[in-house]
Ligand binder design. Structure first.
Ligand code: ZN
Length: 94
């Protein structure tokens, strides 16, 4: 029985300038704000810098998919969830 070793395929080095900046336009007042994300998929709370409305934004593949109004209560709850998530994401200390 022979094991065929496949020659390693030439690797495609993808050189892409990734734009991780997203322009978020507030549906309430139209104010634009630029966000930068490490993850290309993101769902989380957000507050408009101008009108101070709360929103839930949803980003998929670096594109803003939705921006929904949020009550302050809900915003705070979501922030708590985000804080919890961040806690669990802590890099291992060893
Ligand atoms: Zn606004």
């Amino acid at each position: 029985m022979s094991v065929r070793v496949r020659p390693s395929a030439p690797e495609y080095k993808e050189v892409r300038i990734q734009s991780d900046m997203i322009t978020l336009k507030c549906p309430n007042c139209g104010a634009e704000s630029k966000l930068s994300f490490v993850e290309k998929d993101y769902v989380g709370p957000r507050r408009c810098w101008k009108c101070h409305e709360f929103f839930t934004i949803k980003i998929e593949n670096n594109e803003l998919k939705s921006c929904e109004p949020l009550s302050q209560e809900e915003f705070e709850r979501q922030q708590e969830i985000e804080a919890l998530k961040a806690k669990f994401k802590k890099p291992s200390s060893d």
